[in-house]
Design a protein. Sequence first.
Length: 430
Amino acid sequence: MTIGILALLAVLVLAFARVPLGFSMLIVSWAGLGLVNGWDNANTLVPLTITEAVFSYDLAVVPMFILMGNILSRTGISDDLFRAAYAFLGSVRGGLALSTMVTCAGFSAVCGSSLATAATMSKVAYPSMKRYGYSEELATATIAAGGTLGILIPPSIILMIYGFLTQTNIGHLFIAGVLPGLVGLALYMCAIVWVAWRRPHEAPAGDPVGWNEKLASLRGVWPFALLFLLIIGGLYGAIFTATEAAGMGAGFALIIALMQGRLTWKGFREVFVETASTSTMLYFVLFGAMLFAKLVSYSGLGEGLLEMMRSAGLGAYGTLFAVLAVFILLGCVMDTMAIILICVPLFLPTLAAHGFDLIWFGVIAVVLTEIGLITPPVGMNVFVLKACLSHVPLKTIFKGLIPFISADIIRLGILISFPSISLVLVRLMK
């Protein structure tokens, strides 16, 4: 157990030192397994674990969904989504911010990256909000908070990684994320309405749009809506697996892009290069996390943590709240992926022993990492937005995020109090 604790500290120190997470977890896990089980066993276990993962059919879900997102993001769907959302919401007070939030939810679900969503929407929506006189606080905070929604709304890369680590059905995780994602979108929109009501001068209404223009704006959105319904409907109806859904999604996204004539040969090549690069990076960190999970198991760290919680008399929900506190604290200073990869193998035996549903906790874990993306001092979405909008002070963005962080805390409380929100659709599938 001492070796397990030292390994955990080593991974955390290397993560804070900005050493690539996959590399640090692979090296630390190999060294820890060597000390626990002997070097011959470690030298056999490491390549065997990686080989089994590489030849896993389920692992193909990662590059296929990434490819789908990269293709669609090149078709200009962010502009189409914003145009349609503005047509229906823009004329009310705070309507541009509401339109931006809806667009963020849609685009981040497609591309699967909060950081990419924040960077894209800083170019698509921010100029319009500034032109209509929106405050810097509301305009930037809306984009930063909106980008976090895509981590939960399927297809979600973080939920895929969580599924691999916990051996949980990825299709069920995707379905479980639908309602909590919509709850998050609704609460964020309520936060915008609240700001517009309290400070109306910061969120003026946009120009009214006629019904002909509203209907015309939907032309660019229907391929995205159709593709989303195909994936979610197919998973919900058990027509195909998550891997098959990913392959179909990538194939239909390519067909849509070619039919619209928005994907050049150069763009086509860049999409595949970017997909290969991102997939390789994710595989690298996933292999490291899988080995770290084995080290946690072999060293007895997971069982030791469970025994410590029991001796402290925390009980099931006391243990849960202690785990939530660790997630929130690490979210303030660490990257989202790092938190999932380190904390899930560590706390999984404890949570499973207390009878918590692993699908439900996957949703909770993702919501916690969403909060970390917009909380100081290291809110990654905020720093990406700052890089795109260098003239906006960081304190302005963080100040504007207070209503959205409050909305996230309310959502977390709702999801903990009513687990059925996350599980009802999954239960109806069975």
